[in-house]
Structures are given as C-alpha cells and as structure tokens.
Design a protein around this ligand. Structure first.
Ligand code: HEC
Length: 466
C-alpha cells in the first residue's frame, strides 16, 4: 500500500516535471532544463571555478557520497525502493521529490529516536549531511564535474559464512500487497554452536520487505513441522510471529532492506543440535503470482564465545489472555504500559539465560514489536534511585520497518531497576489496513497472532554480568 502511494506520488512528480519550468525561478528552471539533457550555464559540467552563476554545491563534489551511503543502498535498480538514486542524473531528476522525505525524516528509514539512545549500524542521516542535501536540492541539484567524485570508500568486509541456508523451496507470493510466510529450516549442526554473525540475502529483492529468524529449540520443532505440513505449498502462512503459541521460540535476528550483516566474535546465541529455524518472510508484491523467491539466511558460527547471549520476550503475561490489553474500536489513542523488576524472576522463567534470581544482567540488543495499528512504543529502564534511561523509542511505528538494535553501550540492569514497556495504538477508522482493496472496519483488538490482533512486546538480548 505504501509503495503504491509512493509510486502515485512519483507519477505526479514525473508528470509535473515534463511541463513545469517554474517561471521566474532560475534555479528551478536550470534543474528542469538539465534533467532534460540540456547543458546550461547554471548546471556546470566542467570544473571551472569563480563563475558567479556556478552552483555552490554539486552532486559529484558534495552529495554523491551522501546519496551513495544513505540512499542508493536501497534506491538502486532491482532493489526494494521504487526509483534509483545511483547516478547524478537520477538524483537530479528526482531531486524535487527528495526534499519532503528528507525534511520529514522518513528517508532513510531508521525508526529509533536518536534522542533515546545510540545503536550500532545507525542508518539515519547526520544533521550536516541532511542540511547539505537540502541546500543542494534547493539551489537546483547541479551535477557538476565527474572529476570531483569522491574516492570509492573501502569495500565492505566480506564475511565467510558457515551456514548459507536457502528457503527449502522457492515460493511465489499468493497474496498482494502483503504475504507473510514462514519457512522451517533444519539445523544442520550436531554439536552446540553459537551464532555470532547474521545476514539475510533476499532473492527477489523488490518484494522482500522484511525477514525475521526465530530459533526453535528441539522440543518445539514438531509443532512447526506440523504447521508447515498442514498448509499447502512451501512453508505456511503466519503473521507477526511464527505461530505455535507460547514463547518457546527465540528471536535470532531481524532483517529489513538496508540492514548490514552483523558479526561479533565475542558474543553469540547458543543453538542446540536438533533445533530448527523458522524464517518469517514479509513479501510486499504489487501482485500475487510474481517470480518465486528463495531468500537465503547466512550465519557465522563459533564453538565458544566470551559472552553467551540469550534472547527473551518481555511483556505483561496478563495481556496474552482475556481482555487486559483491550484496544477499543474507533479509539485514536490507547496506551498500555507494564513495568517490573525483571531480576526478580529471570532465573525461574528463562533458566537457559544463566542469570539467577536477584542477580544483575546486561542488556545488549533491544527491539519492539506491535502489529499494524501500533502508533509508537518505548522501552525504558527506571533505575532505582537514579535517572531513568531510555533504551529504545520508536516514535512512529511502522510494521514494515521492524528491526533489532544493538546498544552502543550495553546497559546493566540491577536488582531494584524496573523495565517499562509502553505501547500506543491508533484504532480509529482511518488507521485500518486495506484487505482485498477495502479498508476494514475497526473492531476491538486484543493480543493475538493474526492480522486482526495486536501485540506489545519487547525483545531483549541479555547476558549474565561478566
Ligand atoms: C533502507 C532502504 C532505504 C533507504 C536507505 C532509503 N530509502 Fe527511500 N524508499 C525506500 C522504500 C522501500 C521506499 C518505498 C516506500 C516505502 O516502502 O516506505 C522509499 C521511498 C522513497 C521516496 C518516495 C516517497 C516516500 O517518502 O515514500 C523518497 C522521496 C525517498 N525514498 C527518498 C530517499 C532518500 C533521499 C534517501 C536517502 C537520504 C532514501 N530514500 C533512503 C527505501 C529506502
């Protein structure tokens, strides 16, 4: 749906471009002219200096590096974004469309608020780059001289993956615009291993919107094999979580376009022989029955690690049943909040994590999970006798851009500290999903795994204090 909107906007822009050379606006006129292929005095293509009419900023000299790093990783041919920003001509042609998205902070997509905490692999646009891009667009998006192009940055380090696991069979999406499908991947190792590196290699890039890998312990594997067997075709239909009820599954990692491969030699998630992985794919095709996708999950393994990690769900257990997490139909703002001193019972609930009751633990990665009516969510640490710490705040929840965030500085949670999870939903008529081309009517929402249900959950990667 979002993509269609973007394309509609794009259509209007391109149409507008063909017949509008804004009168009396020299900069606008030069951009429109040169996007048509003409060379004008205002769009210098030679490296001459000292000409008063020359643009202060040019693509090659000033903005190529920013666009390459922050935009073209998705905006390139065959990738998930609807148009390419890989060349100066493309960037110039779409310049008028870029400013609103840059100003609104919606592009590049990076959901966490930077005022809350800082994370590895932060994809947001630094303020100086943002200002430079906007100034370049504002003064006509000149292309400039290719000789000014920045040197190519260092190539991303290649990781020698130990496991390269394709979906068991290619799958052609059977629903549009959203198809959520889970695939069970057998775990091939026969010794305990730690997952220290994670990546997803999408196959049909334009339609793979996100992928979440869940680790299923050996005792849970039959449940998921049965779900798979009960559904026709490769994998099985699922939404939000891999189904199967309960919390026996652990998050192993999440991927959305732009996510960089992660590798940390010191920390890893233990996987027992006999486990399985359920890879949940969110396909976002324009139409059903497109090319079949066979995305691959890539993992780096180690026999031992300094810091064994464990991933746990954090939520109010009462929300899972009854009407305690009711989100009334038509309500534009419903908030549910839960806080607790987790150190009191971690040992009872998650003995595998190796943290005994009453002991501190370290919080490494954080994420939040709601469904499509979610508006915003946060995870905070209410420190006993000290200032609160914000761990993660997603001010504008978008189900399609979920991710896990690695704290630059892990947080130690002491006995007496309380973790607070807050979720807000908009269940008004205007914020309902479109199903079969029709916007559904609001109904009371409760906790559940379907598209017509909601969740409020934080996923925490923790370790004992070392
Ligand atoms: C992580 C991938 C990714 C990155 C990085 C990214 N985009 Fe996008 N962009 C998309 C996708 C996907 C869409 C289609 C709409 C959607 O799904 O949200 C889009 C749509 C757009 C649109 C259409 C209008 C809109 O807001 O939907 C503009 C303009 C845009 N991007 C500009 C940019 C600019 C400028 C940058 C860099 C500063 C950038 N994008 C970085 C993925 C990305």
């Amino acid at each position: 749906m979002i993509r269609r909107l973007a394309l509609a906007v794009l259509g209007v822009f391109v149409l507008g471009c063909q017949n509008s050379a804004p009168a009396g606006d020299e900069e606008g006129a030069s951009a429109a002219d040169s996007s048509g292929g003409d060379t004008t005095a205002n769009a210098p293509t030679s490296g001459t200096t000292g000409d008063a009419s020359e643009a202060r900023y040019t693509y090659y000299r000033d903005t190529k590096a920013i666009l390459d790093k922050h935009c073209a990783i998705c905006h390139r041919p065959g990738d998930v974004a609807p148009f390419s920003l890989e060349t100066g001509e493309e960037a110039q042609m779409f310049a008028g469309l870029l400013a609103p998205a840059i100003e609104a902070g919606t592009m590049p997509p990076w959901p966490p608020s930077s005022e809350c905490n800082s994370y590895e692999h932060d994809r947001s646009l630094p303020a100086a780059d943002r200002e430079l891009l906007l100034a370049w667009i504002d003064e006509g998006a000149a292309i400039g001289d290719p000789a000014d192009a920045p040197p190519a940055g260092p190539a991303a380090p290649t990781i020698a993956w130990d496991l390269d696991m394709p979906l068991p069979e290619p799958y052609a999406a059977t629903a549009a615009p959203d198809d959520y499908r889970c695939f069970v991947l057998d775990w091939p190792e026969d010794q305990l291993k730690y997952v220290i590196g994670f990546d997803v290699a999408p196959d049909v890039r334009p339609i793979v919107h996100h992928a979440i890998a869940f680790l299923i312990p050996p005792s849970g594997v039959p449940t998921y094999k049965n779900l798979d067997a009960a559904d026709d075709g490769p994998g099985y239909s699922c939404f939000g979580s891999p189904g199967g009820g309960g919390f026996s599954q652990q998050w192993l990692g999440a991927w959305a376009p732009g996510t960089q491969p992660s590798l940390d030699e010191k920390r890893g998630i233990p996987v027992q022989p006999g486990s399985a992985i359920v890879l949940q794919m969110h396909y976002h095709p324009m139409a059903a029955g497109g090319p079949a996708d066979q995305t691959r999950l890539k993992l780096k393994l180690a026999d031992s690690v300094e810091v064994p990690l464990h991933v746990i769900p954090f939520t109010n257990p009462n929300w899972l049943s009854g009407d305690t997490m009711k989100i009334p139909a038509g309500e534009p703002r419903t908030v549910h909040e839960f806080e607790v001193d987790l150190t009191g019972f971690l040992g009872d609930f998650f003995p595998q994590a190796g943290v005994k009751n009453g002991e501190p633990f370290v919080l490494h990665d954080v994420s939040l999970h709601m469904h499509t009516r979610g508006r915003r969510a946060s995870l905070e640490l209410d420190r006993a006798g000290a200032d609160d710490v914000c761990a993660l705040y997603i001010p504008d929840w978008d189900f399609s851009w979920q991710g896990g965030y690695k704290l630059r500085e892990p947080l130690t949670v002491q006995p007496g500290d309380r973790l607070r999870l807050t979720c807000e939903w908009d269940n008004s008529a205007a914020n309902q999903p479109i199903e079969g081309g029709v916007q559904v009517d609001p109904v009371d929402l409760f906790w559940g795994e379907g598209t017509g249900d909601e969740m409020c959950l934080s996923i925490l990667t923790i370790s004992p204090v070392h």
